[in-house]
Design a protein around this ligand. Sequence first.
Ligand SMILES: Nc1ncnc2c1ncn2[C@@H]1O[C@H](COP(=O)(O)OP(=O)(O)OP(=O)(O)O)[C@@H](O)[C@H]1O
Ligand SMILES: [Mg+2]
Length: 268
Amino acid sequence: MRSADAAERPGIHLVDVRKAFGEQQVLDGVTLEVPRGKITVVIGRSGTGKSVLLKHVMGLLRPDSGAVRVGDEDLSSLGARALRQVRFRFGVVFQHAALFDSMDVFENVAFPLREHGMVRTSSGRDRRMREPEIRARVEQLLRSVGLEGAGLKPVDALSGGMRKRVGLARALVRDPEFLLYDEPTTGLDPIMTAQIDNLIRSTQDENPGITSLVISHDMQATFRIADHIAMLHKGQVQLRGSPAEFQSSVDPIVRQFVEGRVDPPTES
Ligand SMILES: Nc1ncnc2c1ncn2[C@@H]1O[C@H](COP(=O)(O)OP(=O)(O)OP(=O)(O)O)[C@@H](O)[C@H]1O
Ligand SMILES: [Mg+2]
């Protein structure tokens, strides 16, 4: 997973994905390649289906038609059990932190390790992590997100920025192959936003085998972290390209979003 050829292995690939809820066609033929070893940011206005797209990648929603491939697995061909196995390879930072309020910070981050944390022994067998290993790993993660010493705090006493960082530490604790972030900085102040963005970027740079997919509607943050950007509009990918290609795009729909204007061509 962390080898030099990581970038050649498949990342995430959506092919002509369609999804409707009742009359509402939310995804209307989304084709998107999310290459391994890079950060791809999906942008788009509120309600365009970004979270719905992410749920397809996680196998929480099934497309009406089209394919979702994660690594070398085609999710549509998997049963519930195999799907769970694929999900173990994901780390997810949810839009609304989704922490366990009854647990303290340490227990929240340790949770995935207690559920299914494994280490490989010298004989090549997997065994459950022991308590001191869990402790060391959690403390290392808390340090890396700037929450050293905060382990015993109850999570319902934390600020929004701290909650996001706990969520990020928890997403990383099992060394995921795919990292998914749903609006990781929404509701944070600009300084905390920049810190979380730096954390997302440094996590990627320190773990080059990871494939990151970030949902955002913040252009500044997007330009700060993205290797690739895809803009979702009216159920389809309006443009996919590098940050430079977005900066120089003359597509009025892209321009409006990049510049954050509220005037037409909103409904074009
Ligand atoms: N389970 C569901 N059942 C019915 N409609 C749904 C469901 N999930 C999402 N939708 C609808 O699909 C559309 C897209 O929702 P989605 O949450 O993906 O938007 P979004 O792009 O993530 O927006 P935001 O930026 O506000 O988070 C919305 O109109 C929403 O109401
Ligand atoms: Mg959303």
